[in-house]
Design a protein around this ligand. Structure first.
Ligand code: SF4
Length: 90
């Protein structure tokens, strides 16, 4: 087993979900990118800062650490779009 696989299997208690989850989940949860809280959660367990620098560009890091919340209008439009699709299927 590679050290990457070992890291993926490390577990901690997620403050968002409440249960134990593996690092793999934390590094892929935002559409394949890491959770915005990954630094704070994993810092006590290993050098997560270096890990992120090795695996992601500075731009990617900036984006997943500071995701832009969807504005209300986009969310509303998505809900309307889903409702339309549901109605079309009937
Ligand atoms: S990094 Fe995110 S998903 Fe992982 S334990 Fe922390 S809050 Fe939960």
């Amino acid at each position: 087993m590679t050290s990457e696989e070992n890291i993926d299997k490390k577990k901690l208690r997620c403050p968002k979900l409440g249960g134990e989850i593996p690092f793999f989940y934390c590094r892929t949860v935002q559409d394949g990118m890491p959770c915005e809280r990954i630094l704070g959660c994993w810092e006590p367990f290993f050098d997560i800062g270096s890990y992120l620098k090795e695996h992601y560009t500075p731009d990617e890091i900036e984006r997943f650490l500071h995701p832009t919340p969807k504005d209300k209008m986009s969310t509303l439009l998505e809900i309307i779009e889903k409702a339309k699709k549901k109605r079309e299927k009937k």
